[in-house]
Write a protein that binds this ligand. Structure first.
Ligand code: SAM
Length: 231
């Protein structure tokens, strides 16, 4: 699966994608992440990617033209009923905005089936609304709060989607049993050694006995009882 991130601040991603599981998944060729500088698709010598808002108001707005050019160079597109459409079925263009559809596990499961995700990160006072109206297939919010840019939402989405792709995390075949019928995720508490931890003499923080019992049926019952369904 390919992730193409469009941003004015590509450096933000440098560290993150070069570490841990995301790095290994790229090395194994399971996922491919490319981060593109929106300014590379501007045409003036100052590489202007934003401008003042029509109607006044504070702050700048990210321009539609460089976004159109960047998206057009990343996948084959056609224009149908005024709206941009990707020619390939399994490609989606996402714009991050706090006004978008709230991101959740079910959405991540659906996105993980695609071949390519083009992720547009906004900045400043937002993105020219024509991007949401004519270019993006989907607008996504990662929660009811306003961030300064779409870079963290892009990281959140990539990490959530990538870990659902077979082979990205170890024993990923076991993930299936934690996916719910509604395509959400079942999460339960985990413990590791030591069995008893003493933060100070006489105080004992213990691992629940059932997890040490070796009785898989009972362990599964305990996990079911303690699970939170993330949907
Ligand atoms: N007025 C803009 C709007 O309604 O979309 C929000 C501007 S916000 C300060 C700057 C950028 O951060 C947005 O364009 C968006 O890409 C990103 N952003 C901020 N909060 C977000 C959230 N909760 N979810 C997704 N993206 C967010």
């Amino acid at each position: 699966m390919k992730f193409d991130v469009i941003t004015i601040f590509p450096e933000i991603f440098d560290f993150y994608f070069k570490h841990s599981i995301i790095k290994k998944a790229q090395e194994k060729g399971i996922i491919k992440i490319r981060v593109h500088n929106l300014r590379d698709w501007t045409l003036d010598k100052h590489k202007t990617a934003d401008d003042k808002a029509f109607g006044g108001g504070r702050g700048m707005v990210v321009k539609v033209e460089p976004i159109f050019r960047s998206v057009s160079s990343l996948t084959k597109l056609k224009i149908k009923n005024e709206k941009l459409k990707t020619k390939k079925k399994k490609v989606k263009i996402v714009l991050f905005t706090p006004r978008g559809k709230k991101f959740n596990q079910k959405m991540a499961t659906q996105l993980a089936k695609l071949d390519q995700l083009i992720l547009i990160c906004g900045r400043y006072e937002g993105v020219d609304e024509r991007v949401a109206k004519y270019i993006a297939d989907q607008t996504i919010s990662i929660g009811d709060y306003v961030l300064m840019g779409g870079e963290l939402p892009a990281l959140v989405l990539i990490e959530t989607v990538a870990r659902l792709i077979p082979g990205v995390i170890g024993k990923s075949e076991l993930l299936g049993e934690r996916i719910t019928k509604k395509k959400g995720f079942r999460e339960y508490p985990q413990y590791t050694r030591p069995e008893i931890f003493e933060p100070k003499p006489g105080v004992k923080w213990k691992v629940p006995k059932v997890l040490l019992s070796g009785n898989h049926k009972k362990i599964e019952e305990w996990r079911k009882k303690r699970s939170k369904i993330i949907e």
